[in-house]
Write a protein that binds this ligand. Structure first.
Ligand SMILES: N[C@@H](CCC(=O)N[C@@H](CS)C(=O)NCC(=O)O)C(=O)O
Length: 210
């Protein structure tokens, strides 16, 4: 099998999404820990890999892939092991809705809340208005995602999909803050969150903080 190289440090939620997937697939890979809080993605060495200064970046089979929304589906397709893409069109649409909602509205809001408490310097200093706004938008995102889940075990069906792997690493950071109760008080969230925290791939990829 060709060598997999994943650029990005363990503290990145998007990198963790990919690491959870790789753990689920049971494959070995090399990780180059480009550190976001130290500004390393914006250094020339990483800008040569990702011109917008973001992690993760994947090298596999003489092919470079940027953006988690391309990396995760690509790896899910080319690697053997359990699939994280639902096998019917409506559930695939639910998964993609979740990924899109998280990318467009969820990540910024929820990481804003987490950053306020955990890494204020990185988000440009604690801003109370931004925190309140993040809590409101973050709750709306979780409400929407739990509506998408309905009575299923996971966001896009009875098995975990890439949508779940997107959301759980972000919730991890929120769970460490005093705002967790307020953000997480959303119908259906607790059962989903307990299920995600029980996944071995979630437990194996917990970042070491500090
Ligand atoms: N659209 C990108 C977003 C990735 C992203 O935001 N990564 C964060 C870490 S979780 C990052 O690299 N931040 C560096 C920075 O903004 O300086 C993707 O889907 O991969």
């Amino acid at each position: 099998m060709a060598k997999i190289i994943l650029y990005g440090f363990d503290g990145s939620t998007y990198v963790r999404t990919v690491r959870m997937l790789l753990a689920e697939k049971g494959v070995q890979y090399e990780q180059v820990p480009v550190h976001v809080l130290k500004g390393e993605p914006r250094q020339p060495e990483h800008l040569a890999r990702h011109p917008f200064g973001k992690v993760p970046v994947l090298d596999y089979d003489e092919f470079r892939v940027l953006e988690t929304s391309a990396i995760a589906p690509y790896l899910d397709e080319v690697l053997t092991g359990p699939s994280f893409t639902p096998d019917n069109p409506k559930d695939r649409a639910r998964m993609r809705m979740a990924m899109g909602i998280i990318d467009s509205y969820g990540y910024g809001a929820l990481i804003g809340v987490a950053g306020y408490h955990l890494f204020p310097d990185f988000i440009g200093g604690p801003d109370e208005d931004a925190r309140r706004q993040g809590i409101a938008t973050g709750r709306r995102v979780l409400q929407e995602l739990m509506k998408l889940r309905g009575n299923d075990l996971f966001i896009a069906g009875e098995r975990p999909s890439l949508g779940d792997l997107y959301l759980a690493p972000i919730c991890f950071y929120v769970s460490l803050t005093p705002d967790a109760n307020e953000v997480f008080t959303v119908d259906g969230f607790t059962a989903w969150w307990e299920r995600m925290q029980a996944m071995p791939s979630y437990q194996q990829t917990t970042p070491q903080l500090g």
